[in-house]
Design a protein around this ligand. Structure first.
Ligand code: GDP
Ligand code: CA
Length: 326
């Protein structure tokens, strides 16, 4: 079976690690493709940085800093200290030396004319990831945050302002001229199951869905599309997704996020929605809204709990698929 996941960095990496673990344990031979958000990407010190991709790459390769939650393990910051002295990198943005190696390689390939898809392929070939990563698009669609003081890059808002500067909205650069990257398109068209990771609905999943043609691919696929809630009992599990939801007028709740995505039968994208046991009460109202919902434990604390979340998501998706075909 071919499984395609759509997601961002942190929440997506946890889920995909669990999915890979579940598939290894089951011995099913299922394959995993991930359509990765590229709207967090930006240029700094002349280098192209791709945070969601690199979070996935490092986590799947087992070279990530698990305590800090981002970047490489055994990292040093000698180069960044120099860049700060030269004034070419903002002092609120940390770049580790090993991490900079990735950014330099990526930038070198982009400068030589390679596509983002090809850069993903080269970076992903270094370690046996057991998962294929695809950029959602090859076009640069960096998210801009509109604030009362003007437009700033998403990273400046997220990292420098810790998402505390009131946003009026989020806009992706060049979004009108973007298209799904070929690998992302194929991964959706040939998938047997599509899973939306419990990633940030506004700045990770949102930009992927905003790529012209992406919603058409999702509405046309025969595969069931099941989403996982990153919101448990009215709060984010990790990160600052609540600040993004507030900015677009969506309540921080598992139910509101499902309604934001919408039922595929009503022009949205969901055939099913997985929530945590704490949110079981939203199953009835969501079923009325055309979104079949199941409650299971959704905290991904370690390999076992993450593999169980993946297993539950696949089981639910297969049930939805059987209904779909019936
Ligand atoms: P992203 O993965 O790049 O979108 O990173 P963000 O930090 O913007 O959002 C992460 C999302 O993942 C948030 O909504 C978190 O609540 C969610 N998340 C992180 N860990 C878990 C977990 O263990 N279980 C669930 N259900 N969601 C999680
Ligand atoms: Ca992200």
């Amino acid at each position: 079976m071919r499984i395609t996941v759509i997601g961002g960095g942190v929440g997506c990496a946890r889920f995909v690690l669990g999915l890979r673990e579940h598939i290894r344990r089951s011995g099913s031979g299922d394959t995993i493709d991930v359509v990765v958000n590229t709207a967090d990407d930006w240029w700094v010190s002349g280098l192209r940085i791709s945070p969601d991709h690199d979070s996935l790459l490092y986590a799947l390769a087992g070279v990530n800093d698990a305590d800090r939650g981002w970047g490489r393990a055994d990292e040093s910051e000698r180069v960044a200290a120099e860049l700060h002295r030269w004034g070419t990198a903002p002092d609120w943005f940390t770049l580790g030396d090993l991490d900079l190696g990735t950014h330099i390689a990526r930038t070198a390939w982009l400068r030589a004319g390679e596509s983002v898809s090809e850069v993903y392929r080269r970076l992903g070939s270094r370690w046996p990831l057991g998962v294929t990563l695809h950029p959602a698009t090859d076009t640069e669609i960096d998210t801009q945050v509109v604030t009362d003081e003007g437009r700033i890059h998403f990273q400046e808002w997220w990292v420098r302002h810790r998402a505390q500067l009131a946003p009026r909205g989020f806009e992706q650069l060049n979004i009108d001229s973007a298209a799904p990257a070929p690998g992302a398109r194929a991964a959706i068209e040939t998938a047997d199951v599509i899973l939306l990771a419990p990633s940030n609905p506004v700045v990770s999943i949102g930009p992927v869905l905003a790529i012209p043609g992406m919603r058409d691919l999702l509405s046309a696929t025969r595969a069931p599309i099941v989403g996982l809630s990153g919101i448990i009992d009215g709060s984010v599990v990790r990160g600052m997704a609540d600040a993004c939801l507030a900015a677009v007028g969506v309540e921080t709740s598992a139910r509101a996020v499902a309604e934001h995505y919408g039922a595929r039968s009503a022009g949205g994208i969901l055939d099913g929605w997985l929530v945590d046991d704490a949110d079981a009460a939203c199953s009835d109202p969501l079923a009325h809204a055309g979104i079949p919902t199941r409650a299971v434990p959704l905290w991904m604390r370690d390999a076992d709990s993450s593999a169980q979340v993946a297993r539950d998501a696949l089981e639910f998706a297969e049930e939805r698929s059987a209904r779909h075909m019936a």
